[in-house]
Design a protein around this ligand. Structure first.
Ligand SMILES: NC(=O)c1ccc[n+]([C@@H]2O[C@H](COP(=O)([O-])OP(=O)(O)OC[C@H]3O[C@@H](n4cnc5c(N)ncnc54)[C@H](OP(=O)(O)O)[C@@H]3O)[C@@H](O)[C@H]2O)c1
Length: 218
């Protein structure tokens, strides 16, 4: 598949590298053509890897990942271009973290709002699926590095889009993906970051995830 990845940070690199390793063609996008990180990633990732602007990556991808700084995610998507994302699946990995007062960050969205919903509202003709934002970049494409099985969450308004994302996540190694319903489910998975950040402080590692246990499922 041809996949666009908007973002040159830890998440963009981790997802783009995993996709190339799986045999997909991937274009990483940045604000500027010739972005140093994107260029170096494309050179090192091997066959199927290329780099361009946010718009280049959005146009290239049949599916596009949004992995940019939360406070800049909407600007990055505007630069990517509504027309380049029309009718496509956009996997939103971003979190609405506000570091303006230092660490730990707060959320710049309220409890009855989410970045996922803001993105869906900005791009009404794009099928936004929120996923992967609840785990660290290193875990996203390598869930097996954690001992035991753990859960990932998806939400979005289009059932077919969620199924396609679930299939892609299965390629990443995710066997348990819980569908939380429409894109308003992003309120829950983004607010989970408050717990994630506390767990990170307590455990002193980002290599962790949650598992939902219930009768008959340990
Ligand atoms: N780090 C993690 O483990 C992790 C885990 C889960 C979710 N997330 C979320 O995933 C997203 C990406 O995180 P990250 O740590 O990989 O990188 P990041 O530093 O949060 O974001 C880097 C990307 O944001 C773009 N960007 C920065 N300022 C911008 C602006 N003013 N306008 C447009 N684009 C701008 C950069 O563009 P250029 O390429 O042009 O510089 C770059 O591509 C974030 O929303 C984060 O909360 C992160």
């Amino acid at each position: 598949m041809k996949i666009g990845v908007l973002g040159t940070g830890m998440v963009g690199s981790a997802i783009a590298s995993k996709l190339v390793a799986l045999g997909h063609e991937v274009r990483m996008g940045a604000r500027e053509a010739g972005n140093e990180k994107a260029r170096r990633w494309a050179e090192s990732a091997g066959k199927g890897a290329s780099a361009g602007t946010f718009a280049d990556a959005a146009k290239f991808g049949e599916i596009v990942f949004s992995a940019t700084l939360g406070t800049a995610a909407l600007d990055a998507l505007r630069a990517a271009g509504r027309e380049n994302l029309r009718g496509k699946i956009l996997v939103d990995v971003s979190n609405p973290l506000d570091f303006s007062k230092g660490a730990p960050p707060t959320l710049f969205t309220g409890p009855n709002d989410s970045l996922g919903e803001r993105i869906q509202k900005e791009l009404p003709e794009t099928k936004v699926v929120k996923a992967l934002n609840t785990v660290n970049a290193g875990v996203m494409g390598d869930p097996g590095r954690l001992s035991g099985e753990s859960d990932l969450f998806v939400c979005g308004n289009d059932p077919g889009a969620k199924e396609r994302v679930r299939a892609l996540l299965a390629e990443f190694g995710w066997r348990s993906v819980i569908d939380l319903g429409d894109i308003a489910g992003a309120r829950a998975t983004e607010a989970y970051l408050l717990l994630w950040l506390r767990l990170y402080g307590a455990l002193k590692t980002a290599d962790f995830n949650v598992r939902v246990v219930r009768p008959g499922r340990g």
